[in-house]
Design a protein around this ligand. Structure first.
Ligand code: SAM
Length: 328
C-alpha cells in the first residue's frame, strides 16, 4: 500500500533527522533544520562531518522522493509534524508552534479582509513559520511577499528551511523584535504573540505602553511595534490571551489602541485547542487609523465552536461573511 503524501514526506524528514541527530550529537530540531536544507539544496551539506555509511543512508532516503511533486500545504504539514515531534523534547509554552486550525482561520480572515492582489505580510514572532506559511498558502490568487522575525535562532532556522521547501519568498531576521527594525513597511501583520513580561525595561521605555513600574507585557509591546511598521489602513491579526483586557496594564493598551487603531473583531478560539482555560486565546483584528479609514459600524464578536463541529462552524463563517458585507 502506498503512503499518503504527508506521511511519505514526514517519513523522510523524520528518518534523516534521526540519523543526523545521532551522528552530529545535536537536538532533533537542529537535525531537522539540517536535513530540510539538504533536501532543498539537493546535496548533503554536512558531508565532511558524517561517515560514508551515513551519507549513503541519507542519500538513499532523499532519492526516494521528488520534492517538486508535492503541494506547498503537504510540505508544510509534514514538516510541521516533524517539528511537533521535536518540540516534545522541549517544553517552552511561549515557543509553541501555532496550531493548524488557528493558522487556517487566520489565513481565511486575511484573504477576506485584504483586497490588494500583492501585499507585504509581516510576522514579528515568526517561530517555525507555521502560522506565516499557512496564511500565505490560504491566499487565493494573491502575491505575498513576507518578512519574519524571531529571537530564537533554531526556530528561525526551521522557519527559513520551511519557507525554502515551500518556495515562499520570505525575508528573515534573527533578532529581538522589540529592538529597532530595519524592514520595509508592511501592508498586513499576522502574529501569535509571545505572552509575558519583557525583561528589557530600557528598551520598553521607548514605547507608549511602557508600564509605570516593573516590566511591561511583551505582547503589548509587540502590538505597538507592529503598529509602527504597518501602513495606515493596514490590518493586523494577533493571537492574544483571552484576558488581554483584564490585566493590570490593560488601561494603557486601551488608550493606545483607541488612539491608533480601529478594532475590527475579537474571535474567541475554541477552548478545546488549549491545555487549560488560562492558555486559551483569541484572534484580535485591528486596522491602523489613517486618512479615510473608517471604523466598522459594529465590532465582529464571535465565540468560535469546536472546529470539528461543521454545522456550527458554517453558521459562524456565514456570520463573518454577513459582517464583512455590512462593514467593509
Ligand atoms: N507563529 C509561530 C509558529 O507558527 O511557529 C509561533 C509563535 S510563538 C507563540 C511566539 C514566538 O515569539 C516564539 O517563537 C519566540 O521565540 C518569539 N519571541 C519571544 N520573544 C521575542 C522577542 N523579544 N523578539 C522576537 N521574537 C520573540
Amino acid at each position: 500500500m502506498s503512503l499518503a503524501p504527508v506521511e511519505e514526506l514526514f517519513t523522510v524528514f523524520n528518518e534523516t533527522a534521526m540519523i543526523m541527530q545521532e551522528e552530529l550529537a545535536c537536538t532533533y530540531l537542529e537535525a531537522l533544520a539540517e536535513t530540510g536544507e539538504n533536501l532543498f539544496q539537493e546535496r548533503i551539506l554536512q558531508k565532511d562531518e558524517l561517515s560514508e555509511v551515513t551519507v549513503k543512508r541519507l542519500k538513499k532516503s532523499y532519492d526516494s522522493l521528488n520534492l517538486h511533486t508535492y503541494s506547498k500545504e503537504n510540505i508544510r504539514k509534514s514538516f510541521q509534524l516533524a517539528i511537533l515531534k521535536g518540540m516534545n523534547e522541549i517544553v517552552q509554552p511561549n515557543h509553541q508552534m501555532t496550531p493548524d486550525a488557528v493558522g487556517m482561520l487566520v489565513g481565511y480572515l486575511v484573504d477576506k479582509f485584504v483586497k490588494e492582489e500583492t501585499f507585504r505580510l509581516l510576522d514579528p514572532a515568526v517561530g517555525t513559520g507555521n502560522l506565516l506559511t499557512t496564511v500565505i498558502n490560504h491566499q487565493q490568487k494573491k502575491n505575498v511577499e513576507a518578512i519574519g522575525l524571531d529571537i530564537d535562532d533554531i526556530l528561525i532556522k526551521l522557519s527559513y528551511v520551511n519557507a525554502n521547501l515551500q518556495q515562499h519568498p520570505i525575508q528573515f531576521f534573527n533578532q529581538d523584535s522589540l529592538e529597532p527594525l530595519f524592514i520595509e513597511e508592511a501592508d498586513v501583520v499576522v502574529s501569535d504573540l509571545p505572552v509575558g513580561y519583557y525583561p528589557n525595561d530600557v528598551r520598553a521605555s521607548e514605547y507608549e505602553m511602557k508600564a509605570d513600574s516593573g516590566h511591561t507585557y511583551a505582547h503589548h509591546l509587540f502590538i505597538e511595534q507592529s503598529m509602527r511598521h504597518v501602513k495606515a489602513g493596514g490590518y493586523l491579526f494577533f493571537i492574544v490571551p483571552n484576558g488581554l483586557f483584564e490585566s493590570e496594564q490593560a488601561s494603557k493598551l486601551h488608550t493606545y489602541i483607541q488612539e491608533n487603531a480601529n478594532i475590527q473583531g475579537l474571535l474567541q478560539l475554541p477552548r478545546s485547542l488549549f491545555k487549560n482555560e488560562k492558555a486559551a486565546k483569541s484572534i484580535f483584528i485591528l486596522q491602523k487609523k489613517g486618512e479615510g479609514v473608517k471604523p466598522p459600524k459594529q465590532v465582529l464578536l464571535v465565540n468560535l465552536p469546536s472546529l470539528s463541529n461543521t454545522a456550527e462552524m458554517e453558521k459562524i463563517l456565514r456570520k463573518i461573511d454577513g459582517w464583512h458585507k455590512e462593514n467593509k
